[in-house]
Design a protein around this ligand. Structure first.
Ligand code: CTP
Ligand code: MG
Length: 380
């Protein structure tokens, strides 16, 4: 892979000193986990990878331990205490930078920061004191007065503004010091404009969307998931043989704590695997007397319920039973029908296959039966 071309030198500020309340997370949103790591860490990683130096992070009073935990293992950043408003947090971070030519000011709440946006901003700074990433407005706009439309706004001229915002350092530092306005500015570009400077627009990126509400933290479920299951039970005299959800007349039966239906157990594990919900033993522990002699139907019905609760339904099941005897072929369709019934799916979604192991191994000697299954589940 080719290395990215070097960028001009720049300092960076990440503001992470808000309360992050609207997101309703157990931690302030900037420290909550999103796509596998703390929100703040995403943009800090991206800025460090682009060579930001120095990198100043504004955090809430008393949050140093949280911030250090979120950034564990990284260096090349400095923490400062933020203020009551975003603007104050930025001003304090700016004051912590001795000198720099350019500075990028970014919301921690926008974790997904593409390098291309940083490049565009720094390039635009060649000709202007400020540059900001913007996106078009696609909906028409209505001005609301007490729940009634009182006018409209020209969508063509309006832009949605994101961060990072890029500035010549001395220009934005001076503009923040000179700021008089109330209420506080929504962003730093407004502060620079108030000081009479020009701000260029560069294309933003939808990936930079700000995490604000609880739903922004919900992972999108993958549309299809797959699981596999495998099980073995011993064949012994004096037991009933239950296999694939039906009773089969045979000289031996499977031994185990429940009815030992090895085929249903493999399917249960495949379904639990598809939704990442552990295995049959964790849901129906053999140590629990309520499962002694239990019909495995109950396990499969419960697995189906768990699939449903996870937001999925069973797409298909492919089961292979491994034994020398009894012959499975004559029972195949009865098994398919029963499994389909227990899972509430069409019989066409259930495949039952069988094989011997050429008289090799424990299945070949008739000491036990093995089964394996693959399940796919589909997002509802
Ligand atoms: N911010 C800050 N200092 C403040 C207020 C906000 O550094 N006094 C930062 C936030 O941490 C966030 C960014 O400014 O990265 C944008 O603010 P917002 O999305 O409103 O975040 P919060 O104020 O933290 O969230 P909420 O309004 O839901 O409480
Ligand atoms: Mg806020």
């Amino acid at each position: 892979m080719q290395d990215d071309p070097p960028l001009p030198s720049f300092a960076a500020i990440v503001v992470a000193a808000g309360q992050g309340l609207r997101a309703g997370q157990p931690l302030p949103k900037q420290f909550a986990i999103w796509r596998g790591k703390p929100v703040l860490r995403h943009s800090v990683d991206a800025l460090l990878a682009s060579g930001a130096e120095p990198l100043v992070i504004a955090i809430p009073t008393g949050a140093e331990e949280l911030a250090r935990a979120a950034l564990k293992g990284l260096d090349g950043f400095m923490l400062v205490e933020g203020g009551d408003t975003r603007q104050q947090s930025v001003a304090r971070a700016l004051a912590a930078i001795d000198s720099a030519k350019r500075v990028l000011i970014h919301d921690a709440a926008r974790p997904d920061l593409p390098r291309q946006v940083i490049e565009r901003l720094l390039t635009a700074l060649d000709g202007h004191a400020g540059a900001i990433p913007v996106l078009p407005v696609v909906d028409s706009l209505s001005i609301d007065t007490d729940g009634m439309m009182s006018g409209s706004a020209p969508r063509e001229q309006l832009r949605r503004v994101q961060t990072p915002q890029a500035f010549r350092f001395s220009a934005i530092r001076d503009a923040h010091q000179a700021w008089q306005g109330e209420p506080t500015a929504g962003d730093d570009a407004q502060v620079l404009r108030a000081a009479g400077e020009r701000v260029a627009h560069v294309p933003g990126d939808e990936r930079l969307a700000k995490l604000t509400f609880a739903e922004d933290f919900m992972a999108v479920l993958p549309p299809v998931r797959t699981g596999m299951g495998f099980d073995v039970h011993r064949l012994v005299a004096g037991e009933e043989l239950w296999l694939g959800g039906i009773r089969i007349e045979y000289e031996k039966g499977l031994a185990g704590h429940s009815d030992a239906d090895v085929a249903l157990h493999a399917i249960v594990d495949a379904l639990l695997g598809a939704i990442g919900a552990g295995d049959i033993g964790s849901h129906f522990p053999p140590s629990d007397p309520q499962w002694k002699g239990a019909s495995s139907d109950r396990f499969l019905i419960q697995a189906g319920r768990l699939v449903d609760a996870a937001g999925y339904f069973t797409g298909n099941i492919d089961l292979t039973i491994v034994c020398e005897a009894p012959k499975i072929g004559p029972h195949r369709d009865a098994m398919r029908a029963r499994i389909a019934e227990l899972l509430g799916v069409d019989i066409g979604a259930i495949s039952v296959k069988a094989t011997t192991t050429e008289r090799l191994g424990f299945t070949g000697r008739g000491e036990g039966i093995a089964a394996q299954a693959v399940a796919t589940v589909l997002r509802k």
